[in-house]
Every structure is written in structure tokens, then in C-alpha cells.
Design a protein around this ligand. Structure first.
Ligand code: PHE
Length: 346
């Protein structure tokens, strides 16, 4: 009964058939079930067994073949299921590539200015861009015939279409208008920073634009002196341009401050030695400032005998130019990604 023993030994091993991958499984199929396989060979041997044993051995052989096929199919299904799982898309994966935008250089610089002044107690104040004459000029001690009001400088808003004559409604030409709004709505002590966009009727070129950005500061309290103004501006300049920075105040004139000054910093490109940027002088102008004119305080309802204050105003584009060497003002508003991408790491 050698055939029966062989069949039974194989039968006892069927459930242990193992394969690590589809290739090994195929090798097993060939080993047992192919034309030259072991089980096929047993079928050939079966033909020679005596008739009275055929029934029993035939049943055993069929069982062996079915169980072997069954086990091999079972293993195949397992591999296929595993493969299908591996082929599934990962729905938790983030799509790529994610295009990140960049901060605008003017925003970066404006925030840095805000940050520096917030460390010495300044808070942010906002005001409207569409303003009236009173807040932009009238309360700021501009004489009625002051040239800044001229059509060449200020954009007036026509109330009615086609009406050309100047009206009371205009686009603010400086953020000093926010100061008048703060002074008329708050009581001293006042310590505010007014960042915002301003408009002037100028031809667009590399050095001038019809809109730009300013940050103005206003501090009103008892006994505020010019020395306080100077110290605040020196602190700002060193924080913004480095501890070596020097400042220089030159007498100037603004209708709303008395005395008034323009402030230069030592050129941060050549360190004050003189270069093409500072036109060989070693100094670059960055802001206007002064003590708030008593007329302005009174116009805003603040007692000029009790209170005094200082104000300053700077162009954000100018500071950005000094920090990042942007030579053409137009780059700031053209949305050219080749320019903006340079600020990716800032
Ligand atoms: N408003 C002035 C300008 O637009 C700047 C300034 C602000 C000067 C405050 C003095 C004090 O040029």
C-alpha cells in the first residue's frame, strides 16, 4: 500500500503548505499540481492499482488534489488582498506641491516698526482712507491756501459725477489725519502709532507713486519734551537698523509741529563713510517730526497749557528700501512673484 501511504502523508501536510510571496506559491503549484507535479504523478500511478482498491484510493487522491488546490487558492487570495491594501491610495496624505505665499516686504517692515514702538508703550490706531478736509488739513493748522491742498497734491473725491471743483471729501495724503481723530476722541495721555496707506497726485515713476504707506506716531502727556522725542527716535533707529546707528535732527517746517525737524540716520549701507546711496554724505533722511503745535492741540480740544506732545511720520517704502535695497517703488505694487518670492524666508 505504498501509494496510499504517500497520499496520506501528503494529505497530512496540505494545511501546512506555506509561501512567502506569489512566486513561492507558484513554485508550490508547479511542484504538486503541474503536469510533472507530485500529485499528477500519483494519478498516473493510480492507473496501475488493482481494481478493488481504485474506489478507496481514487477518493483519497481526489481529496488530496482538492485540498491542495484549496490551500494554494487560499494563500493566493491572501496575497491578493495584501496587494490590494498596499495599492490603495493614502487619503490622509497631503496633496503636493503646496504653493506657499510670501509676506509682502511692506507688511514685514510695517510690522517691525509696530513691534519696536509697541515695546515702549505705543498702541495702534486706524482711520479712514477717504477723509475730509478738516481732519487731513484744517485741524492740523494748514492755512486755507496751503499748497498741499492743491489739486496737484491731493486727490479730491467728486461728489457728483462730472463736478470738477474741489470738494470737502478727499483721499488722505498723510496719516496725520488719524492723529486728529484720536485727539478728538481720546483724552491724554495718548501714545498711538498710525500705520496706513496714503495718496498723492503724483506721476508714477521709480521714485514716486500715487499711493504709498506711512507710519506716524503721536505722544501727548504732561511735560513731554523734545528730548523725549529724540530718545524715542534714537531707540527706534538702533532697533531697526542696528546698535551702531546714529541719528541727526535738522530744523524743518510742518504746519502741525513747532519746532519741526527732519531726521537722518547714518547711512546703513556704507556705515556713514559716504557712498552712492547717501550721495557721499554718510546720512539718509528717514522721517519728519516735531512738537505738536499748540494750535493743533487746541483745535482738537486739548488744553495746550496743560499738555504737550510730539509727533513723527515716516514712509514705509523708504524704510523698506533701506532694509532690502528695493530701488524701484513700482515693484511694491506690481505683484510680480519674482520680486515677492525673494521674501520667502523673511
Ligand atoms: N505728515 C508728515 C508727512 O506726511 C510727516 C510728519 C508727521 C511730520 C508728524 C511731522 C510730524 O510728510
Amino acid at each position: 500500500m505504498a501509494l496510499k501511504d504517500t497520499i496520506q502523508t501528503l494529505l497530512s501536510q496540505v494545511s501546512d503548505i506555506q509561501a512567502n510571496n506569489a512566486e513561492e506559491l507558484e513554485a508550490l503549484r508547479i511542484k504538486y499540481l503541474s503536469k510533472k507535479g507530485e500529485i499528477t504523478a500519483l494519478f498516473n500511478e493510480f492507473r496501475t492499482v488493482p481494481n478493488e482498491q481504485k474506489r478507496e484510493l481514487g477518493q483519497l487522491l481526489n481529496q488530496l488534489r482538492q485540498e491542495t488546490e484549496g490551500r494554494i487558492n487560499e494563500l493566493r487570495e491572501q496575497f491578493e488582498a495584501k496587494q490590494a491594501e498596499a495599492d490603495k491610495p493614502d487619503l490622509t496624505r497631503t496633496p503636493d506641491p503646496i504653493a506657499l505665499g510670501t509676506r509682502h516686504p511692506l507688511s514685514l517692515v510695517r510690522e517691525e516698526i509696530e513691534d519696536i514702538f509697541s515695546r515702549i508703550g505705543f498702541t495702534i490706531a486706524q482711520g479712514p482712507e477717504v477723509e475730509d478736509d478738516k481732519h487731513v488739513y484744517g485741524m492740523l493748522n494748514f492755512a486755507p491756501e496751503h499748497p498741499a491742498r492743491d489739486m496737484q497734491d491731493t486727490f479730491f473725491i467728486e461728489k457728483e459725477k462730472g463736478v470738477q471743483k474741489p470738494t470737502d471729501v478727499l483721499l488722505r495724503s498723510h496719516t496725520s489725519s488719524v492723529q486728529t481723530r484720536v485727539m478728538t476722541s481720546q483724552k491724554p495721555p495718548i501714545r498711538v502709532l498710525c500705520p496706513g496707506r496714503v495718496y498723492r497726485n503724483e506721476a508714477i515713476s521709480a521714485r514716486a507713486h500715487c499711493f504709498f504707506h506711512q507710519v506716524e506716531g503721536l505722544y501727548i502727556d504732561k511735560n513731554v519734551s523734545f528730548a523725549d522725542l529724540r530718545e524715542a527716535l534714537l531707540y527706534f533707529s538702533k532697533e531697526m537698523f542696528g546698535p551702531e546707528t546714529k541719528i541727526r535732527l535738522r530744523p524743518s517746517y510742518f504746519p502741525f509741529t513747532e519746532p519741526s525737524a527732519e531726521m537722518d540716520i547714518s547711512c546703513n549701507i556704507c556705515g556713514g563713510k559716504g557712498c552712492s546711496f547717501c550721495k557721499g554724505t554718510g546720512w539718509v533722511e528717514i522721517l519728519g517730526c516735531g512738537m505738536v503745535d499748540p494750535n493743533v492741540l487746541e483745535a482738537c480740544g486739548i488744553d495746550s497749557k496743560e499738555y504737550s506732545g510730539y509727533a513723527f511720520g515716516m514712509g514705509v517704502e523708504r524704510i523698506t528700501n533701506l532694509k532690502y535695497r528695493v530701488k524701484d517703488l513700482r515693484l511694491f505694487s506690481e505683484n510680480d512673484v519674482r520680486f515677492l518670492r525673494q521674501f520667502e524666508s523673511c
